[in-house]
Design a protein around this ligand. Sequence first.
Ligand code: NAD
Ligand code: DAU
Length: 356
Amino acid sequence: MKTILITGGAGFIGSHVVRLFVTKYPEYRIYNLDKLTYAGNLANLSDIEDAPNYTFIKGDITDAKFLEDLFAEVPVDGVIHLAAESHVDRSITDPMSFVMTNVVGTVNLLNAAKNAWAATGGVSGFEGKRFYHVSTDEVYGSLHNPDEFFTEETPYDPQSPYSASKAASDHFVRAYGNTYKMPVVLSNCSNNYGPNHFPEKLIPLMIHNIRNNKPLPVYGKGENVRDWLYVVDHARAIDTIFHNGNLGETYNIGGFNEWRNIDLVNLLCSIMDRKLGRPEGTSAQLITYVTDRAGHDLRYAIDAHKIMNELGWEPSLQFEEGLEKTVDWFLNNQEWLDNVTSGNYQSYYESMYANR
Ligand code: NAD
Ligand code: DAU
């Protein structure tokens, strides 16, 4: 039996990864380690919380002793590391929490796994083990030439405190692979969207605000470009890489699906007008251009040919279909949205956006 520790499993992407592993591999034992920050929500996993092969552990990856004790207690074969501070705007106002979780937390996790695995026979203790680090395309910086794509060979050039912290964590993972011969594998993915997406990020924020007739804050001129991938397709890619990716390798994951922010917001407005029975054009009137994000990366676009050609993964959903499903999910899960947009999150949201 394989015992797998998934970190950040109560968050947006992590919850889809946990669900996929718990349901697809009943023979595995899945541990979900999450601190339950503002972004972690166990309601994301209510449908599988009683599964016999699933255990939730509340804990903080910045706590090295806690991780050491956990690895002493649980015979972990594989780590899939998603726990992170993930929002670029928050990283601009509070970079240190990104250093702590994304950099220090990742190194703590590497140490805990290395020490536990090596204790069973040095480098041979690494046999059959795997440390998978989930990262972002933002480590590559910003594209300015329309013909360019991020490949696995693109030099790192992080531009925000968030992407700098993820780049640092990627470097540590590779350094542990090189120095200690730890069995590591990495992936860098483009923007995800879908159910459980926290409504501080563009797509769920726009859906929430359209529904509530609130302004739709488009940063700058809305010309920045992102490459969107349905979150379940990212979870499928993680499954593929965890099982079949070559150790020491990095795989880029993306949807070949680039959208300018303003075009995406207009598309969402039109879908929402149709679903809410509003005359076409009603919601677009809520679009409000606001002060640009500091250091805003212009364009991200992933070349995903390596994972497609070598591991046979490809996105399963067309964007329009994925967006319809996403809008339906948010409209049918108003309680989820109300819960995460109340309390602490709401006061944060207001302090961030009141002055824009
Ligand atoms: P998220 O913010 O929705 O979830 C992060 C989870 O990590 C939360 O459940 C949170 O409680 C947990 N967490 C945070 N700090 C922790 C700590 N100190 N100890 C333990 N748990 C902690 O993030 P997400 O969007 O699901 O992203 C998951 C991972 O995927 C991140 O590493 C992110 O960099 C990466 N990624 C995200 C995207 C995207 O579009 N969202 C794209 C590519 C890569
Ligand atoms: O590319 C992968 C990354 O995608 C992940 O690593 C990050 O964790 C994830 O948050 C996401 O980062 P972005 O900064 O691209 O996502 P966000 O949803 O915050 O913003 C998407 C685009 O929309 C970006 O150009 C900024 C813009 N934006 C965002 C918000 C929240 C707006 O114009 N208005 C907004 O209110």
